[in-house]
Design a protein around this ligand. Structure first.
Ligand code: S6P
Ligand code: ZN
Length: 195
């Protein structure tokens, strides 16, 4: 049976992307060790004693049951590891028949989408961009600007997160890098499709 909840009120600071009164979960470079293609660049930063925050997630979590929605914001900081722009880990949802909506609030970003059957897409994720992530599409956001990238998301509370499938395939089929001052979406040399 579905848990009955009282209505909730949460305030979203549209300027900063903060959801009050929630606390954020922070993901640092150490958490993303192995995700960026330039492993040497990651190692050099970590060895120097730095561990920059790559992104923060503010999330209102509901019971993991059919009928509830989780929602929140992600603040993806600007920066690069080697040539590759700061990005989220990226995941599929465990519950295959679940979807998600993203709304860009601030900054300049891209969202990489990758289907379980091998298709991929790259869409703009900036202020006012609404992205529908259909069932069975992995998703990762990338900050290609000089400011924070802030976006809102909502998805089914019982969807779960599968980070392993994308790890086994050595990430997404595409990388977002800076070359000669330009943002380029290029093939990931480490990418292996599922057998
Ligand atoms: C959850 C939704 C976002 C991401 C967040 C961080 O389904 O897609 O809240 O969790 O942007 O990304 P990741 O890949 O580290 O979970
Ligand atoms: Zn998701």
């Amino acid at each position: 049976m579905q848990t009955s909840l009282r209505p909730k009120h949460i305030w979203l600071d549209l300027g900063k992307g903060l959801l009050s009164p929630l606390a954020s979960t922070k993901r640092t470079l150490k958490d993303l060790d192995g995700f960026f293609v330039d492993a040497q660049a990651t190692e050099n930063i970590l060895k120097s004693g730095q561990d920059p925050i790559i992104y923060e997630v503010y999330e209102s979590l509901q019971p993991q049951e059919d009928g509830h929605l989780n929602f929140g914001t992600t603040i993806l900081h600007p920066g690069k590891i080697g040539k590759e722009f700061y990005m989220t880990k990226g995941h599929f949802h465990m519950k295959e028949a679940s979807s998600e909506v993203y709304l860009g609030l601030r900054g300049e970003g891209l969202i990489l989408l990758q289907s379980s059957t091998g298709n991929s897409e790259c869409l703009r994720m900036s202020q006012g961009d609404l992205i529908y992530v259909p069932p069975r599409w992995g998703h990762r956001t990338v900050n290609v600007g000089a400011e924070e990238l802030v976006f809102f998301f909502t998805y089914q509370a019982d969807a779960g997160h599968d980070y392993e499938s994308l790890k086994k395939e050595q990430g997404f089929s595409k990388l977002v890098i800076e070359e000669h001052g330009r943002v380029n979406v290029v093939d990931n040399p480490r990418f292996m499709t599922r057998i």
